[in-house]
Design a protein around this ligand. Structure first.
Ligand code: GLN
Length: 506
């Protein structure tokens, strides 16, 4: 739709009762994605940004916890004038406000995704709210797309349409008739199954859209275009179906597909949340974007930092061309990260440190090069004599869990003549943050003198945002999360540099 010239935005409703995903365990919920305006959101927002190449905001990610919180706050303030406060209309109105919030903005189309599955108890009020949207607005202004799964049974070599029939039935009992079905499938959907779905689900056959698993995720929009999804959307919304200009995206896919299978770079992510790939989803995607730019396939290895020691680090990193130490919170696995960084620093293996990864690079350098054996972040040792990473004085009184972090986009000034300036090709950049602790300026002079160059700072020079090493093929770290702004067609410079430094045929 964007490539047809329409202005599109996306929002997601999550049925759970956390007010935002910020305090949720990455193991349960994957990475927390952060927007420019500092909202801690569901990781799906990251996918949205990568696919539509638009910066989203806090209005793009709404949990039921936040909706209930707002309703209860209104009730406490007396906004409801003594009325009985109920799910319908008070909660549903609050939900609709978030959708209608885009009405007076420069947006033609709002895509509202409802998380969970049809029939979930927590999601019922959201389904009810979008039913009301259909009632309140003109029929040609509202469209319901239902995403379903078509299981494939290999034993009998058939695709099952029953689960889709059942969820459509469930949706209809809630008052919503889907206009389009998008069917997730491993196999091509045979014509007779499409006909069956159309007949039993009461959806025109042209609106039964196949969404087949693709070898490259970024191919999906082109595949859906071929399937006619956007055409159907235009029909339902009575919009002009302009010819889309997908040439740039097509070019990108052609480039990705032209990469030689044998051309592989092995990158390790050494962190503590390695059991669930989703915990590092943006980092992993950024590595792939950087691979596209370097015309190599990036093979990502998730290595548990808790299992790394000085004795086994060499063994653990065997066959690895480059290393990322990503963000994280809490004590577990810290020493393994420090051993990893020592190893890559001494053995000149390309390294990128992200947030906690930068903090640990500073700790490692202070311990090993400045010989401050107990150097640490006060996150891990409050009593250390050498708090090279600490909470700044002005932050100390807000040291609580949740909502007290440096969050969202901050400007960073890059020092001339550094690796950072070569990579970013710009004097000022903006990157997204999510952390409490900072580089301790008391150690800046000593660290710099010993060779850990400060290559990026806040505009007032007070906050150290990037450090790097001179005599190393690629050793750079940022206090921010560059992965949050990487897009397949606009890869993040720090990742492009890392993958480039790992290429064998440089
Ligand atoms: N735990 C560290 C801090 O709060 C790093 C956070 C992160 O890596 N996102 O500063």
């Amino acid at each position: 739709m964007k490539n047809r010239g329409y202005k599109v935005t996306i929002q997601k409703f999550d049925p759970y009762l956390n007010v935002d995903p910020g305090t949720m365990n990455p193991y349960e919920h994957g990475e927390v994605f952060v927007t420019d305006d500092g909202a801690e959101t569901d990781l799906d927002l990251g996918h949205y940004e990568r696919f539509i190449d638009e910066n989203l905001t806090k209005n793009s990610s709404i949990t039921m916890g936040r909706i209930y919180k707002e309703v209860i706050e209104k009730e406490r303030r007396g906004d409801y004038l003594g009325k009985t406060v109920q799910v319908i209309p008070h909660v549903t109105n609050q939900i609709k406000e978030k959708i209608y919030g885009f009405e007076n903005t420069d947006t033609d189309i709002v895509i509202t995704e409802i998380g969970g599955t049809v029939g979930d108890i927590e999601g019922l009020s959201i389904i009810e709210a979008i039913r009301q949207v259909g009632l309140e607005k003109n029929p040609e202004d509202v469209l319901y797309i239902h995403v379903t799964l078509l299981p494939y049974i290999s034993g009998s070599n058939e695709i099952k349409s029953k689960p889709t029939q059942h969820s459509v039935k469930e949706l209809q009992s809630l008052g919503i008739k889907p206009d389009i079905l998008v069917c997730r499938t491993e196999m091509d959907i045979p014509d007779n199954i499409k006909e069956k779905l159309s007949l039993f689900c009461n959806v025109r056959k042209t609106s039964v859209i196949q969404n087949k698993t693709a070898s490259c995720l970024y191919e999906v929009p082109l595949m859906l275009e071929k399937e006619g999804l956007a055409r159907e959307v235009c029909n339902h919304l009575k919009l002009d179906n302009y010819v889309p200009d997908n040439s740039k995206w097509q070019e990108m896919i052609d480039n990705i597909k032209s990469i030689d299978d044998k051309n592989v770079v092995n990158i390790a992510i050494v962190g503590k949340y390695v059991k669930l790939e989703d915990s590092y989803i943006s980092v992993i995607e950024s590595l792939h974007h950087a691979g596209f730019a370097n015309k190599v396939n990036v093979k990502v290895h998730l290595i548990d930092s808790e299992k790394i020691t000085r004795d086994n680090v060499e063994e653990k990193l065997k066959g690895i061309d480059g290393v990322i130490v990503p963000g994280g919170f809490g004590n577990r696995g810290i020493e393994g990260m420090i051993e990893t960084i020592k190893y890559v620093r001494e053995n000149k293996i390309p390294f990128l440190g992200i947030c906690l990864g930068m903090q640990m690079a500073v700790v490692e350098f202070a311990r090993d090069v400045l010989n401050l054996k107990d150097a640490n972040s006060t996150e891990f040792n409050e009593k250390t004599e050498n708090p090279v990473i600490h909470i700044m004085e002005e932050q100390k009184n807000v040291k609580k869990k949740g909502g007290t972090m440096r969050l969202g986009a901050y400007p960073c000034i890059i020092k001339n003549g550094t690796l950072a300036s070569k990579l970013y090709k710009s004097e000022q950049i903006s990157e997204r943050h999510r952390h409490r602790f900072e580089y301790n300026n008391d150690y800046r002079e000593r660290l710099e003198q010993a060779g850990l160059v400060v290559s990026g700072t806040s505009p007032d020079g007070n906050l150290v945002e990037m450090v790097e090493l001179k005599d190393h093929p690629y050793f750079i770290a940022g206090q921010f999360h560059p992965e949050l702004k990487s897009r397949p067609n606009r890869p993040a410079p720090l990742f492009v540099g890392l993958v480039g430094a790992c290429k064998k045929d440089k």
